[in-house]
Every structure is written in C-alpha cells, then in structure tokens.
Design a protein around this ligand. Structure first.
Ligand code: PEP
Ligand code: MN
Length: 337
C-alpha cells in the first residue's frame, strides 16, 4: 500500500501516523520528494482500513498495490482448495454435478428427482427449502419441512445435499446439511458470512448479481477470517444491459478466480440464463473454461414447477446433457496428462 501525504504535512501528525502504522505490523519505506512524502507500506496490509487512512488530514491519496483479501488470495495459498464432502471431493480435478429442483415441493417430487439425477451421474443433490423470492406473494419454500425432505432424499440415494440459508437464525436447522449455500442476494450479508465462518461445513457462495470479483472474494474472506476454510464459489450470472437471458454468465470468472484465489468454482447455467435450452451450451462452456463443476436445476415436471420451471431441465434432458458434461470433463483431463 502506498500513502501519499499532502504538501508540508504537520510533522507531529506524520510521526503519529507512522507509529500507528508500525503498531499494525507493517514496515514503512519513506521517500521524501520535492513536493510530497510517500510512505510505502510493506507487510500484511489487508487489515488496514484504506478509507480511514484516506480520511486523515495529512493524507492526499492511498493506493493499494496488493489485494485486500489475504486468506482467499492465491498468492498466500498456492495450493488449490479441495473440499471433502463425505467420501467425495470438490475441486482438485474432479467434476462436481449438483442437480435438483429449484425448490423442494413434496416427498414424491424430491425422491423422484433425487433418484433420477443420481442415476444420471449427479454427485450432489440440490433443492431450496428457504427461497429468496422477488415477490412476497410467491412461494417462499417449505422451510424446515423442506430440509427434512432433502434429508429423506439423501437417505434414499446417498447423495450429499446442498441448500440455501437465508439468515443466521436458521443455522441450527442446517446442522445436518452437507453444504450450505449463500445465495446471490445474501453474498454481502456479512453477519451471516461471519457466522458461517464459525462452523466447519462447506459454504458455497454464489456471486452477488452485481458483485465484482474483489467483492465476491471479500465475502469468501469473511468466512475464512472467522475460521472456516471450506469455501466454494458459484458463478450464477450477473446483471448486464442484456435482457434476453435472465442474467449474463460471466465465463471469464472461472479463469480469473482460479488465478486470484484457490477455491473450487461451480458454474450455474440455470440461473444465469433462465432458459432450459441454454443450460447445455453454457454448462459445457463452464467446464471447458476450467470450472470444477456445475449446478443445474432439474425437475420431474418443469411445466408445473413451483419455482423456476422455465430454466429447469426435465429428467431425460438432464441425463443426456450430464453424459456430455462427463465426457467433456474426461476429455479435458486426458488432454492435461
Ligand atoms: C438458487 O440456487 O436456488 C438461487 C436462488 O440462486 P441465486 O441465489 O443464484 O439466485
Ligand atoms: Mn432457482
């Protein structure tokens, strides 16, 4: 971090600032120019509040030369993070396929979908019990009952389950869930993230619909800073000027986040497009770009789904598409060897 001081700063304020910075465990390289003094800060500057320093009387400008996230940063954590869920791994060259309905509707629906996606090669069962809906009049999810139905489907198929949490008070209900999902609307619910960092279950953070890579990684940083290293990122499309698709899938997020951080990355082509016909090409593109897996909405009767039917694949289509995804992943792995 570089701190540029205003011309002719008050000497005692400068000395005060330097003492304070040193107390934060950073080394200072001072360079005195004709018009300005520049302080080069070396060490872990991630805990320094750039806004606070910028607001000081004697400070003209502050520039970061290092990312504000440390735990999430590939520079400080060169190995890929591999998440263990039961006897499987997410990341580390494996292909993770999370599949299931947008929302849990009934026992029959859950068991039917769970059995079908398992048979088609999915590795994790998804289903929302607490649904963040744009309208308060839309179906809000079955809540605790939905979680029980997910667990029943897990018992029936052996598939681990991933499901969305919306607020801290729900956490006790998630004790027996395998992966806790933080949805796009909660990506910057910092209190929730901090609390999820205090427990050890894997947390999948979906990208906020208008979040930059840095903001997204700072959310991961929250979870890690509270002690939980089991973070997965999910790119689910962002808001752009294009309205043909529900969102715009940012494929570049995969290679960029692989470079900046060490987390497994999942692509969600369902929420990214809102259209079932676009799920296959975008899922393929995500895997081709190096994603560790996909999250796909699948329903036994998409036309009558209580939520997100137009983007849900039916059981047959999921089977066909997943076969292609598995082949593509195998091909890419063989090319690497
Ligand atoms: C979901 O996965 O069910 C969901 C609501 O997704 P998102 O948070 O990406 O909109
Ligand atoms: Mn959905």
């Amino acid at each position: 971090m570089i701190v540029i001081l205003k011309q002719n700063p008050n000497a005692s304020q400068v000395s005060h600032l330097k003492t304070w910075l040193e107390s934060k465990n950073v080394k200072i390289h001072e360079s005195v120019g004709d018009s300005h003094i520049i302080l080069g800060l070396v060490g872990d500057t991630s805990k320094l509040d750039i806004d606070l320093i910028s607001a000081l009387d004697i400070v003209e400008d502050v520039k970061r030369v290092q990312e504000p996230y440390k735990n999430a940063n590939r520079k400080f954590h060169s190995e890929d993070t591999v998440i263990k869920v039961k006897d499987m791994q997410i990341g580390g060259g494996t292909l993770t396929v999370m599949a299931g309905p947008c929302s849990v509707e009934s026992e029959e629906q859950m068991i039917t979908v769970a059995k079908a996606v398992k048979e088609a090669g999915a590795t994790i069962l998804r289903g929302g019990a607490f649904k963040p809906r744009t309208s308060p009049y839309s179906f809000q999810g079955l809540g605790a009952e939905g979680l029980e139905l997910l667990k029943l489907a897990r018992l029936e198929t052996g598939l681990p389950i991933v499901t969305e949490i919306m607020e801290i008070s729900q956490l006790p209900l998630f004790e027996d869930v395998d992966i806790i999902q933080v949805g796009t609307r909660n990506m910057q619910n910092f209190n929730l993230l901090r609390e999820l960092g205090r427990q050890s279950k894997p947390v999948m953070i979906k990208r906020g619909m208008s979040a930059t890579y840095e903001e997204w990684l700072m959310s991961a940083e929250y979870v890690m800073a509270s002690g939980n290293e089991n973070v997965i990122l999910c790119e689910r499309g962002i808001r752009t000027f294009e309205s043909y698709t529900r969102n715009t899938l940012d494929i570049a997020a995969v290679p960029v986040l692989k470079k900046l951080s060490h987390f497994p990355i999942i692509i969600d082509p369902s929420h990214a497009t809102g259209k079932s016909s676009l799920v296959e090409p975008l899922a393929m593109a995500g895997i081709a770009a190096g994603a560790d897996g996909v999250m796909i909405e699948v329903h036994n009767d998409p036309e009558h789904a209580w939520c997100d039917g137009p983007q849900s694949l039916n059981l047959e289509n999921f089977k066909t598409i997943n076969k292609k995804l598995i082949s593509l992943h195998k091909f890419l792995k063989s090319e690497e060897e």
